[in-house]
Design a protein around this ligand. Sequence first.
Ligand SMILES: [Zn+2]
Length: 443
Amino acid sequence: MNAPHATRKRHLIAAGLALALGACATAPADRGHPAAGTSPEPAPASTGDPASPDSRVDAAPTQDSAVVAPVRPDAPPRNAIVPHGYPEPATPAGLPMARADPSTMVAHFINVGQGDAILLEFSCGAVLIDTGGERTSRASGSDLLRSYLEEFFGRRHDLSRTLDLVVLSHPHSDHTDGASVLVDAEPAFDVLNLLDDGEPGSHDSGRKGQLALQRYVAENEGGYVGLSEADVKTVSGVSNDVIDPVDCRPSGGVDPDIVALWGRVDLDVGWANDRNNDSVVVRVDFGKASFLFVGDMEHQGLSAMLESYEADQRIFDVDVLKVGHHGSMNATTPDFVRATSPKIAVIQAGDTAFINEPHNAYVYGHPNRAAIRMLLADDGGVSMARDPIQVRVGIKGKGLGADAPPPQFTRIRLDKAIYSNSWDGNIAVVANADGSLQVETEY
Ligand SMILES: [Zn+2]
């Protein structure tokens, strides 16, 4: 299994370096939280109003289109996204046995508390989407990620501690904190390629982890893509050897298709200044099975993305949906649920039990009942069944301030295939190339 990696790595170096240079030259202006009295800088080389969609396209980073290429150049073009003045939302509140035979992949939704970390296991390789997790006295996402990866690579010796691709959806700490696990591991993990949404802003909570992984991959001459949504020119999404480095056909397996559909949004309007809506969105097809990973996208970003694919939205139609923003009240929309029509939905959120600390599922009231209700819609909602389970879901997150009322929760009964680390612990979705799916939990 090492030889294909080595071969692939060599031929990725050139592409990776080109993209790294492109990304450095086109790093977005910091859209974090400008100090009082300063205004956000327009993107480099902007010659017009940065809020105008046309000038925004001109100002967008220009990666080599031959490197980040449409999957189907003849596919209809995506519309440029329009800077709607959406109203600001209310304050949002043991591994399964080796199953990755040549015709099987396993998506491991790792229980890292409040945060995202998804390991895609193939017969000849592995991909990690986000490295996050909770950082409270009851859960260390980094420790949970470390022990899961150690156990995984202990079982999959053949993969030689190699991640063919790491995707960081966006620079928030609940998605990047565990980058240190990859960077500091002894013995080292080999990360061949990195896909993220570019240069983190100076106030982004996950800046440190994202920069550390960018440096780590550059030092090891890996491939890199820092993706803006403007790089995605057609409704077929974009891909290349960095975004889709896995091909198990030489060892008798399947060639999964990995395609990016969205990335950093360079618009200066409220919803686009929310880093969650900059999330890199990735679709993975494995034979007849399909997955969509949307990072922390929220309703405004999802609506804008869907609208920009108006010419053909079938690329969103998948079997397994990783739900946006930890299942918050604004984590999805009825239109997005209809477009994806998933058989299975997975929400990465932590334990909702009381804890008097910030940044966890209790405080935010995640997952929220409103998102669950949307996912249960008769029209396009989650279609597979699960063993019925009573679960605790949020109605309202905790407000800001010391005297804010506590969050509110209720219990609901689920008999559709909505899974969450919050009530299922670790979750493994086993997908077969014939399209059949099984789910294992609490292992
Ligand atoms: Zn998050």
